[in-house]
Design a protein around this ligand. Structure first.
Ligand code: GLN
Length: 242
């Protein structure tokens, strides 16, 4: 049984980000791996160490401001779980909140958890559009696709990016990097949602979660004909237009 936690599903769920949780649990289900979904809202208790997969979605500056105080109360327990291998996917606003801070357009500094050594400041121009990155997944370079819409520009210092930008803006539109990786934490600006569009990434997260619990289970190969075709359509269109 894998415990899947969606943190602040009512506040952090931009552009159908909840689809990431659905893709994770569905691909587990197709392999007869049972999952339990735990939704945690402001003020509700959770022990992150007991979770197998944590999802944090995107949110506008307004929503980030609302949940920031509650999130900060969870810092130590989340940090401990992350250091000990919790598998996390954080998208856009959720990604920004794992870093040091988010400096808004109005000059307000929303404090982040500071678990990842990165920071974000709002730029003048929103970075919007389809994205393709090249990401290393289980030793292979894989094209990952999605859609970005953020004013925040993130700088990841010495962290590893999730991938290299082939089309779109990525973290800040300047350094050619997208997202961040730290232990089993995967951060990205890509909505889409990300996991339904990128089955290889989903399967890697499932495998990491199983490995952490030493659940010896051969992850069954699924028929991904449609998933592969959908990625190819986007890659061909976007890279042709460059
Ligand atoms: N508020 C953040 C920004 O605009 C995050 C937006 C998002 O999650 N899509 O940068």
């Amino acid at each position: 049984m894998l415990k899947v936690c969606h943190l602040y599903p009512d506040l952090l769920n931009l552009y159908g980000d909840r689809g990431n949780v659905i893709a994770f649990t569905q691909r587990c289900g197709w392999r007869d791996i049972p999952t339990e979904l735990i939704e945690v809202n402001i003020g509700e208790k959770i022990d992150f160490r007991e979770m197998d997969f944590l999802f944090l979605g995107g949110g506008s500056d307004r929503e980030q401001n609302i949940m920031s105080a509650d999130l900060l109360l969870r810092k130590e327990s989340l940090k401990e779980a992350i250091e000990e291998g919790l598998v996390v996917l954080a998208i856009c606003g959720g990604y920004q909140m794992l870093g040091q801070y988010y400096l808004t357009q109005e000059g307000k500094k929303i404090p982040g958890l500071g678990i990842l050594d990165l920071y974000t400041r709002a730029g003048e121009k929103r970075l919007i559009g389809n994205v393709i990155i090249e990401s290393e997944i289980e030793g292979e370079i894989v094209k990952v696709v999605g859609f970005e819409n953020h004013s925040g520009q993130t700088f990841i210092n010495d962290l590893m990016p999730l991938g290299k930008v082939l089309a779109g803006y990525g973290n800040n539109g300047q350094d050619g990097m997208e997202g961040a990786r730290y232990k089993n934490v995967f951060c990205s600006y890509l909505h889409g949602p990300l996991l339904p569009k990128n089955h290889r990434l989903t399967d890697m997260l499932i495998e990491l979660a199983l490995k952490r619990r030493s659940i010896i289970k051969e992850v069954k190969v699924l028929d991904d004909t449609f998933e592969k075709a959908a990625v190819n359509v986007m890659v061909n269109r976007l890279l042709k237009n460059k």
